[in-house]
Design a protein. Structure first.
Length: 336
């Protein structure tokens, strides 16, 4: 198992350079309320030489599949063949509210999206008479044809997902899976759904996003993560909230109800305080290096290939300290 790190746009280049120096395998850039992924990835590509780069994840409703293919091909060229394309369907509220794209049949849409992407990345004219994407549309003869592609026709595509059908789709059409709120036990269980369609995991990347906070006192370390967890659990409506449902499924239903209610009322501080330590401890890395090291071994044993660290420290120095501590913990896990 290698380490990866999710980058914040303000400190992305400096953190990626240090991660590369420490031997991290991958740097990932999320996309959401604060920044897009491709802009940051282009900057990081110019400042690094070896570390793999990935979108973690680019939002499917935000781009047509041909535009996503063009972006991926460009980033792959700029990075010398180091790019991996991570994709996610986002959530119902963002898909419709931000992009005007209904969240109906998201997996069917995603399947077609990947099909169009792969056609474009092969440098072939895109002809796709699908339900969600009809390319070229009736009356048009201008099929998309990326003259700049392919840099790699087999450019890796990773899909983010939580539910069994999402995992099965990743196993069927993608080269890897990006997970969230993932304990080692949940990862091992999730990979059963990938094996259901693949048979084995040879060549399949397993990249969970795992929040990390390093401090001698685990309770103090957990406090730095509370706002992050509360934001995801309180996102959107309870009925459609993927992360809310995950917390409920993991046995934290009462806490999830309180967190969501406080977020809806604008009480972000109260929502953060309501996040249970046990929930964060099961799905994150919390405490000093000697406490984190055996947890890394558990993730490796569960089938993780690259553990994507979500570093939430506000300062660059704080982020670099966590990146170094995690590398130390992985070294201890490997020798322990």
């Amino acid at each position: 198992m290698e380490l990866g790190v999710f980058l914040s746009h303000e400190t992305a280049c400096d953190v990626a350079e240090e991660a590369e120096r420490l031997g991290y395998g991958m740097a990932l850039v999320p996309e959401g309320f604060r920044s897009d992924a491709p802009t940051v990835l282009g900057a990081v590509a110019a400042r690094t030489r070896r570390i793999a780069l990935a979108s973690g994840v680019m939002q499917v409703p935000a781009r047509t599949p041909v535009m996503a293919a063009l972006t991926a091909a460009t980033l792959d060229a700029l990075s010398g063949g180091r790019f991996r394309l991570g994709l996610g369907v986002s959530n119902p509220d963002v898909s419709l509210g931000w992009y005007g794209v209904p969240f109906t049949e998201p997996l069917s849409r995603l399947r077609e999206y990947v099909t169009v992407l792969r056609t474009a990345l092969r440098g072939e004219p895109v002809h796709h008479p699908g339900r969600h994407y009809r390319l070229p549309p009736e009356g048009s003869h201008g099929a998309a044809h990326l003259a700049a592609a392919p840099v790699r026709a087999d450019l890796p595509i990773y899909l983010a997902g939580v539910r069994p059908r999402s995992l099965e789709l990743a196993g069927e059409v993608a080269d890897g899976w990006i997970g969230v709120f993932s304990s080692p036990e949940r990862i091992a269980d999730s990979l059963r759904h990938v094996r259901k369609v693949r048979g084995d995991l040879d060549g399949f990347e397993v990249v969970p996003s795992v929040p990390v906070s390093v401090a001698d006192d685990p309770e103090e370390a957990a406090d730095a993560l509370r706002g992050y967890y509360a934001n995801f659990i309180g996102l959107g409506s309870k009925e459609r909230g993927i992360y809310f449902a995950l917390a409920v499924e993991m046995g934290f239903g009462d806490a999830a109800e309180e967190i969501h209610a406080r977020c809806a009322a604008g009480d972000r501080a109260g929502a953060a305080k309501a996040v249970p330590f046990d929930f964060m401890d099961r799905t994150g890395l919390i405490g000093p290096v000697p406490r984190i090291a055996p947890r890394l071994a558990e993730y490796a044993a569960a089938g993780v290939t690259t553990l994507g660290l979500t570093v939430l420290n506000r300062t660059l120095d704080g982020q670099l300290s966590v990146v170094r501590a995690a590398a130390e913990a992985l070294g201890a896990a490997r020798t322990g």
